[in-house]
Design a protein around this ligand. Structure first.
Ligand code: SF4
Length: 333
């Protein structure tokens, strides 16, 4: 069956520097597939500069890959035209970090919700449009009578972010790209917004790419997780397994820095120390080598491939070279 979304060996590089001659690889060789029949929440986790937001923009078609391809329903997003493009625009929605960004202070909430309904001709009457708005607001835990007819400044940050989710929901999307949707929201409202995302998956069959630097919220909302470091996937798998028993030295370092068990505290406000120019210094080796307590000589020579430790768990680290071979032997026996 054709996946809803597929990334095949996707890379994105930018030219930067004073004369635009320095090639910066933001994302390298990412593979990912989402099945429409199994709605799921995948956390895309990493520190600032890991490539996680670049991945979101590539999925939304707002950036084009330098290599590889992003496919939606089997067609390259960059080639979608006409009805296919309109369908993609309606079915793939985004919620960003800043709930203020989508609001024009001069328009009431009603306008924000009405625009997509009109643009995609989703309602046959004003009455139907109103009902759709109310349904979307209720689905994210808001009472329509408390928010419709109001201006953005009359709402809290948490209400605004939930309206942004409702705006996406009104289009009945199949995929939502949620980029740090709770990082600017109070801890008390974070749980309510995460619950809205879970309901989108469970009650509306929507898959979600949950982009975050915060492993605590990823753990609470996601089914699986893909950890990025310096543009590469270093570990991916079922969230419980990866967070409770991380295998990659980078994931282990991240999880050690989480203030368990206080999950109301946002994690990642103190990024792990980086060494200047470390990306450039590792050449063709593992990008984590300058920070890795287990680095071996060959780690500096070649990028580690992804080793499969279980059907739903892969890790890019030479420490697991032999473990994969052992798994293969068990499978053959
Ligand atoms: Fe550390 Fe080597 Fe594994 Fe990279 S491949 S994370 S340097 S042990």
């Amino acid at each position: 069956m054709t996946p809803l979304l597929e990334l095949r060996n996707v890379s994105k590089a930018y030219m930067r520097g004073v004369f635009g001659r320095e090639r910066f690889v933001a994302l390298q060789g990412v593979d990912l597939a989402l099945d429409e029949a199994r709605p799921t929440i995948i956390a895309i986790a990493g520190e600032s500069g890991s490539g996680k937001s670049t991945l979101g923009l590539l999925v939304l078609g707002l950036l084009q890959p330098t290599e590889g391809v992003v496919l939606y329903r089997g067609k390259a997003v960059s080639t979608l035209r006409g009805a296919d493009y309109q369908r993609f625009r309606r079915e793939v929605q985004a919620v960003f970090q800043d709930p203020f960004a989508v609001f024009n202070p001069f328009y009431k909430v009603d306008h924000l919700l009405q625009v997509p309904i009109e643009k995609f001709k989703l309602a046959r009457s004003r009455h139907e449009a109103r009902r759709m708005m109310e349904d979307a607001l209720q689905a994210v835990g808001l009472r329509p009578e408390e928010v419709l007819g109001r201006y953005p400044h009359q709402l809290s940050g948490g209400q605004r972010q939930r309206i942004a989710v409702a705006r996406a929901l009104v289009l009945k999307p199949r995929l939502l790209v949620a980029d740090e949707p709770v990082s600017m929201v109070d801890a008390s409202l974070r749980a309510a917004i995460l619950e809205s995302l879970r309901r989108m998956r469970d009650e509306h069959g929507i898959s979600i790419l949950y982009i975050t630097h915060d492993l605590t919220t990823a753990y609470h909302v996601a089914d699986s997780i893909l950890v990025l470091y310096a543009g590469r996937v270093v570990e991916a798998g079922e969230v419980e397994r990866v967070i409770r028993a991380p295998k990659h030295p980078y994931t282990q370092l991240l999880i050690d820095s989480i203030p368990w068990p206080d999950v109301t505290q946002p994690w990642g406000s103190k990024p792990l120390a980086k060494r200047e120019g470390e990306r450039a210094s590792v050449g063709s080796g593992c990008r984590f080598a300058p920070r890795c307590p287990s680095a071996m000589p060959h780690c500096w020579q070649r990028v580690p491939p992804l080793y499969r430790l279980a059907p739903e768990h892969v890790v890019a680290c030479y420490l697991y070279e032999s473990e994969q071979a052992a798994q293969a032997d068990i499978a053959r026996a």
